[in-house]
Write a protein that binds this ligand. Sequence first.
Ligand code: FES
Ligand code: FES
Length: 164
Amino acid sequence: MPGVPLADTHPVVVTVNGVRRERAVEPRLLLSDFLRHELGLTGTHVGCEHGVCGACTVLLDGDAVRACLLFAVQTDGHEVTTVEGLAEGEELHPLQAAFREAHGLQCGFCTPGVLMTLVPFLAEHPAPTEAEIREALSGHLCRCTGYAGMVEAVKLAARAARHP
Ligand code: FES
Ligand code: FES
């Protein structure tokens, strides 16, 4: 009996958190599913899967993007950074440390995506106003509604970067 034909796959070579990864994937595979299921990087969370909640945010060549709105094949030849790429070994990224210090998270579901938005945001806004911080956070839905702690954490991280 003839077998079911395999779906077409395409080669993808992408650098994820500094490590070159090579896979053959179906063209419809979302970047979020690629990271979680192919590479085991489950720190990238999936909430709405249509670009609204921000839980799946990662960096693509340094810019924050929604991993649920990209296909894995679109990252071929590019660099992706996930939340797993922030800490240096056991040492938290300063933004992660500030979130811990200022109670910027509760259940933590939204946190990886929030952090990945804030890394390039703080690089571009080393001394952000509260309004700028709130605008940056506005692309993320926190089911625990812990936005006040996040704002304080961003202020703390920005201060720490300016006055190490
Ligand atoms: S899961 Fe991608 S924005 Fe919600
Ligand atoms: S901390 Fe729970 S969803 Fe944001």
